[in-house]
Design a protein around this ligand. Structure first.
Ligand code: AGP
Length: 608
């Protein structure tokens, strides 16, 4: 949801900025821009569309200067056009912004009344004009910057430069931002990936912090203007993990990484005994059984929570409430004492999920919160009482794959741990389930070693006007996820439905051009799912069956069957997820869409 970068260095920064934007293009890709300072002037290049367009422009007309900022955009206010691309600027100030300035309309009117001439339709452009206006009446530069920030309502991460100084300004409120440094320079960025190649140390700015840097010193302050300390940490090794070769797309690479991720997770949290350890969530060890668990997330992460509800409720016998974050935070939820809040997020920065967590903490500060997250330094991690890290490695493809199954697997381990701890499962059963999870890692590997198996599905979608995914029990959220994956990258309408609910409406859609994907696993009401399969088959649907049944048990006249290894109550969804991901990937490739950066989407949704 927009990536921002700023750099002040001993050498020209254009290529550093450009490289950083490349690594953050997953955050937004409808326009991009760079602004540098040289000879006391701001120099800007912007281009609509993918970053390659900006790159081409810069090849022809490069930008000089050792101080600069850059931005890759996912539009919120204003269509994706050059005029709305960042940096936004006055003659003397340029700013890049991630987030939303909620009072932009009021600010714009006030600034226009005093002579500001806006060039874009964005909320962000109010920032440089406001900063300039404040500076006209305030000689203390730090105070002027803080006064500017104090007049902004909403969420932001900002980097800014001025034409007459070698200083990089920055602020973080509600959107992620980090500082990084090396002997060659100081950087600010939305994501550590952006500066992994040039910086050796990193500091994740805390909520409300702001400051400025020259080449020698970094100065940071809290929201009240009090000086704060920068606690540098070593930059984690991450560059190699972000290369996609030899795969054609990041999504394909990430699908194939899953067996390795499964093993990493299993080795991190199990030790050959029935005792599962979550070292960053130690409160679990001594906590009494909660009366209720609330799970909140968005998109794919929401689907994993829906699956975990089946696991947790069966063994713990406590209510597990699952909600979409944007609904939870506005529905005046009733939260009693002794309730745990679980948030799930690949990025840890999704605005609605983060705000849901904050609401929970405000309402019941004594209750515990736990986040399942792939980014260890993210806002959700910092604001939760415990973390279960996903260990999936950077996920670049906008469509989540390995983070999804990593969430499923960690949730399975979490469910087993609680079942064991609260005496709902004995040692032997826990061990058997852990072994089944290890077997699922092998099963996933075997499935992915024969990717051609999935090719037979693609032709069934050549004339399709949509598709329906059906499942029961934990296969119902899998159906939701299969449908989400297909629609987000192939742009084909797809719906996930509980198989038993299908006859209450969606069955009317069935015809020969609406392929129906039935997920039928032994663990979850197999006979009933097969009855539902016959119901759609009788109405002329083309059926794709994803199943762990034996070949001789398969109903007749199925158009395509994907056999997966048999899993147990916890491991089966991990295996069934893979053909659904591959199906979406193959259909998208067949349609020629942009798999890794599908239209209108962004990887990290940091605005509500
Ligand atoms: C996944 O394929 C989607 N692109 C999207 O639904 C995503 O899962 C959602 O935005 C939540 O993101 P998070 O896990 O980073 O919070």
């Amino acid at each position: 949801m927009c990536g921002i970068i700023g750099a002040i260095a001993r050498n020209p920064v254009q290529n550093t900025l450009l490289h950083a934007l490349k690594t953050m293009e997953y955050r937004g890709y409808d326009s991009a821009g760079i602004c540098t300072v040289s000879q006391q002037q701001l120099h800007t290049q912007k281009a609509k569309g993918k970053l390659i367009n900006l790159e081409t422009l810069l090849e022809k007309e490069p930008l000089e200067g050792n101080l600069g900022i850059g931005h890759t955009r996912w539009a919120t206010h204003g269509v994706p056009e050059v005029r709305n691309a960042h940096p936004h600027q006055t003659e003397s100030i340029a700013v890049v912004h991630n987030g939303i300035i909620e009072n932009h309309q009021r600010l714009r009117e006030m600034l226009q009344a005093s002579g500001a001439t806006f060039a874009s339709d964005t909320d962000s452009e109010t920032i440089p004009w406001l900063w300039q206006q404040v500076l006209e009446g305030e000689t203390n530069q730090e105070k002027a910057f803080l006064d500017t920030l104090n007049q902004l309502e909403g969420a932001f991460a900002i980097a800014g430069i001025r034409n007459n100084e070698q200083k990089l300004w920055f602020a973080r409120r509600g959107s992620p931002l980090l500082l990084a440094r090396s002997p060659d320079g100081v950087f600010v960025a939305s994501d550590a990936l952006a500066v992994g190649a040039v910086a050796t140390e990193v500091y994740y700015l805390k909520e409300g912090q702001w400051g400025w840097s020259d080449l020698e010193h970094v100065h940071i302050f809290d929201a009240q203007g009090k000086k704060a300390e920068v606690m540098w940490e070593a930059m984690p090794e991450m560059v190699a993990a972000t290369e996609k070769d030899p795969y054609k797309h990041y999504m394909l690479k990430e699908i194939h990484e899953q067996p390795r991720v499964f093993l990493d997770i299993l080795h991190a949290y199990t030790d050959g005994s029935p005792h599962i350890h979550f070292p960053q969530a130690t409160f679990i060890e001594t906590a009494p059984l909660p009366s209720r668990i609330i799970m909140v997330a968005c998109g794919t992460s929401y689907h994993t929570a829906l699956t975990a509800r089946y696991w947790l409720e069966r063994y713990l016998k406590i209510p597990v409430e699952v909600d979409v974050a944007s609904e939870f935070r506005y529905r005046d939820p009733v939260i009693a004492e002794n309730t745990w809040m679980i948030t799930l997020s690949q990025s840890g920065e999704t605005a609605d999920t983060l705000e849901a967590l904050r609401l929970f903490k405000r309402q019941t500060p004594n209750n515990k919160s736990l986040v399942f997250c792939n980014v260890a330094h993210s806002s959700m991690v910092r604001e939760s009482d415990g973390l279960i890290e996903l260990y999936a490695g950077p996920e670049i493809g906008v469509a989540s794959t390995k983070a999804y199954t990593a969430q499923l697997l960690t949730l399975a381990l979490f469910s087993l741990k609680l079942a064991h701890q609260y005496n709902a499962m004995d040692d032997e059963s826990v061990m058997q389930h852990i072994q089944a999870l290890f077997a699922a890692a092998d099963g996933a590997k075997a499935l992915l070693e024969k990717p051609k198996t999935f090719d037979a599905l693609t032709p069934l979608f050549s004339q399709a006007h949509g598709s329906l995914f059906l499942g029961r029990g934990p296969c119902y959220p899998l159906a939701l996820e299969g449908a989400l994956k297909l629609k987000e990258i192939s742009y084909l309408h797809a719906e996930g439905y509980p198989a038993g609910e299908m006859k209450h409406g969606p069955i009317a859609l069935i015809d020969e051009n609406l392929p129906v994907i039935v997920i039928a696993l032994r663990q979850y009401h197999l006979d009933k799912v097969i009855s539902n399969l016959h119901e759609v088959q009788a109405r002329g649907a083309k059926i794709i069956l994803v199943t762990d049944m034996q070949k001789n048990e398969i109903p007749e006249n199925i158009n395509a069957t994907i056999h997966i290894p048999e899993g147990d109550f916890f491991s089966a969804p991990l295996l069934a997820a893979i053909p659904l991901q591959y199906l979406a990937y193959n259909v998208a490739c067949d349609k020629g869409t942009d798999v890794d950066q599908p239209r209108n989407l962004a990887k990290s949704v940091t605005v509500e």
